[in-house]
Ligand binder design. Structure first.
Ligand code: FAD
Length: 276
């Protein structure tokens, strides 16, 4: 739960930061609707018109501006033991959880940029890193692969399908994988598994509304605006390259300022027509 990279605070915890945010927002005239899920977006038909967000309970909210900030979730391997040992050795965030594995053996699943960066990062903290890639070669940038290959405590296994997270009931004790060339099953003893096979943005409900990248992230410009005028987006659900708290907060400010800017530029006649 520790957060140690939020500028101005040496160390805090997720729930503590979230309750401080909630207390701060309550200083203002902002209505909070907890436990509501947005399921559908109906963009305004004309510029300056009202966008509509339909909630799971059937209610709908309308606004001339809208900021989407639904975040993202880690992609899971979907193998036996992954759920059972989550936070008991199975981790998804190397920057957050890496220090917990100091001096231990870990695996990183995934040989894309995130996986290779994670393996390089972890190699400086843990005793040994095994990087496991499904494909026959790593997909990370060459410069990252060269750096990884230069590290003495890293082993790279390609063409490997992780088949199970092994544990003793309390903690992870290893993982099993299948060699996709020979079909042989192998076991590795270790204490931690970092799953780095991608982040899935929570944007399924936005399909066919705002433009999404091939990975499902909301495409935004430098002002945080989406492909639909008046709809802005911020944080992990967008194409922003780094998914971190301080970045999401800054992006939220950008989107907020841009929404304000959009509203004050609406022609007076349209505003009056909308209000009528
Ligand atoms: C275990 C863990 C540890 C982390 N540690 C750190 C760290 O130490 N430092 C750091 O900088 N970053 C850390 N991160 C990353 C950080 O949490 C994210 O970058 C940040 O929270 C992104 O903020 P966000 O507002 O974009 O999305 P989120 O914080 O994910 O917020 C999105 C919100 O939208 C809600 N939502 C989603 N879909 C819908 C919907 N359809 N309708 C209504 N609501 C919806 C979600 O329930 C959630 O409350 C960590 C992430 C995890 C998972």
């Amino acid at each position: 739960m520790d957060i140690e990279n939020f500028i101005s605070v040496s160390r805090t915890e997720g729930p503590k930061l979230a309750s401080a945010l909630e207390a701060h927002v309550k200083d203002y005239d902002v209505e909070i609707m907890n436990l509501q899920k947005a399921t559908k977006l109906i963009p305004a038909r004309t510029e300056g018109g009202y966008h509509e967000v339909v909630l799971e309970n059937g209610a709908s909210l309308k606004g001339r501006t809208l900021i989407l900030s639904t975040g993202a979730r880690w992609r899971q391997m979907g193998v036996p033991g992954e759920d059972e040992y989550r936070n008991k050795g199975v981790a998804y965030c190397p920057h957050c959880d890496g220090p917990l594995f100091k001096g231990k053996r870990v695996a990183v699943i995934g040989g894309g940029n995130s996986g290779v960066e994670a393996a390089i990062d972890l190699a400086g903290i843990v005793a040994h890193v095994t990087l496991i890639e499904f494909d026959s070669q790593l997909r990370a940038d060459a410069v990252l692969q060269r750096k990884l290959a230069s590290l003495p405590n890293v082993k790279i296994i390609t063409s490997a399908l992780t088949s199970e997270v092994d544990g003793n009931g309390d903690r992870v004790t290893g993982l099993s994988y299948k060699d996709r060339n020979s079909g042989e099953e192998h076991d590795i003893e270790l204490e931690g598994i970092f799953v780095q096979i991608g982040l899935v943005p929570n944007t399924e409900w936005l399909k066919d509304t705002v433009a999404l990248s091939p990975r499902g992230e909301i495409e935004i410009d430098a002002r945080g605006e989406t492909s639909v005028p008046g709809i802005f987006a911020a944080g992990d659900c967008t194409t922003v390259p780094y998914k971190q708290i301080v970045i999401a907060m800054g992006a939220g400010s950008t989107a907020g300022l841009s929404a304000f800017d959009y509203l004050i530029r609406l022609p007076a006649s349209e505003e009056a027509a909308q209000a009528a």
